[in-house]
Design a binder for this molecule. Structure first.
Ligand code: TYM
Length: 343
């Protein structure tokens, strides 16, 4: 067989894989958001072409105060910079500034079955917690999420474990569309970290830590002060048994161990060895100190980015411009395949 000689003229650099992920600006992000998702975004962003969005279109599936939504969207955008995402290397943008997300979501709605959406556990949960406003957007939310992912032809989507079902439906929709019209979308894989994929409530460790929990003692916000973090972790629910080890019926301790592991890089065995013969008091102080140190640089950089609102706007415009260019390319391809007249 003839050997192919690669020269500078014919070299095809291997395509860098793409990642995409988003976060809703529906409140101040928690330690769960940070350890389950944001920390991995930064880690992966050096090896992948990354696109990261503030999912403000998703946020209005639950009633929002307009002033607060705008403020939180700016804050979460600044947070994405503060966690170390580099706007020169990754695309960082506000979802509502890229109209193709809404446009593709409409098209994909017509390729998604009512029955599929009815099975989404997050829809069922949110219908219970927002019984007075079970709107159609809440129902078709996973289709918008599929549009977010598929527009950028993402190979990998780093998320917490709670988004796994939405990722599966995005894959189903993409496969269905490709099956009808030929290869249009890359089929995305979820990236769910080994530890931190499901950070639990500090007050009820059988429930996910959530920024919408009415009890602020149940979650740590990424902007909590060191004093608040120490206080919340000291009052975290554990058990009456007293030993620091990972086990069944020890959800509170398991949760603190996994938080500690994410912040220090220690394995469960190493943590158990460190706290052998010590009580929960010592353990909780160590966990709190690790969390404080983990979040300290994020908080400091956040304050720095929030001070310069002109630069923030500038970066938002730059991110939206690049995102629009990429997203429009996929949208046009889809519109042609479906049979729309392209101007
Ligand atoms: P959102 O805004 O609820 O959360 C953002 C990310 O944080 C993760 N997460 C957690 N991880 C571990 N433990 C927890 N307690 C915890 N709470 C939240 C979430 O899994 C998520 O990765 N629908 C998405 C936003 C979205 C999206 C997308 C994500 C919109 N479009 C496209 C990926 C791709 C959401 O509501 O995440």
């Amino acid at each position: 067989m003839e050997e192919k000689i690669i020269t500078t003229e014919n070299a095809q650099p291997e395509r860098k894989k793409k990642i995409l992920s988003c976060i809703q600006p529906s409140g101040i992000p928690t330690l769960g958001n940070y350890l389950g998702a944001l920390k991995n975004w930064t880690k992966l962003s050096s090896d992948f072409d990354g696109a990261f969005a503030v999912a403000d279109l998703h946020a209005i599936t639950v009633r929002q105060d307009p002033k607060k939504l705008r403020q939180q969207s700016n804050e979460v955008f600044a947070l994405l910079l503060a966690i170390g995402l580099d706007p020169e290397k990754s695309i960082i943008f506000l979802q509502s500034q890229v109209p193709a997300h809404s446009q593709l979501a409409w098209i994909l709605n017509c390729y998604t079955q009512f029955g599929e959406m009815s099975r989404m556990t997050q829809f069922k949960d949110k219908s219970l917690s927002h019984a007075d406003n079970i709107n159609v957007g809440l129902f078709s939310y996973p289709v918008l999420m599929a549009a977010d992912i598929l527009l950028y032809q993402a190979d990998l989507v780093p998320v917490g474990a709670d988004q796994k079902q939405h990722l599966e439906i995005a894959r189903d929709i993409a496969n269905r569309f490709n099956g009808i019209y030929g290869k249009t979308f890359t089929i995305p894989d979820p990236y769910i970290g080994k530890s931190g994929a499901r950070v639990m409530s500090l007050q009820d460790p059988t429930k996910k830590m959530s920024k919408s929990d009415p009890n602020p003692k149940s979650y740590i916000s990424v902007f909590d002060t060191p004093e608040q973090i120490m206080k919340k972790i000291k009052s975290a629910v554990t058990d009456s048994e007293g030993g620091v080890y990972y086990g069944e019926g020890k959800e509170g301790v398991n949760n603190l161990m996994s938080i500690y592991s994410c912040c220090t890089g220690l394995t469960n065995e190493q943590i158990e060895a460190e706290f052998q013969g010590k009580g929960y008091g010592d353990f909780k102080v160590a966990v709190a100190e690790a969390v404080i140190e983990e979040l300290r640089p994020v908080r400091e950089k956040f304050d720095y980015y929030m001070k310069d609102t002109a630069e923030l706007k500038n970066l938002q415009a730059k991110g939206a411009e690049t995102a629009n260019r990429i997203a429009d390319r996929t949208l046009t391809k889809v519109m042609k395949k479906v049979g729309f007249v392209i101007p």
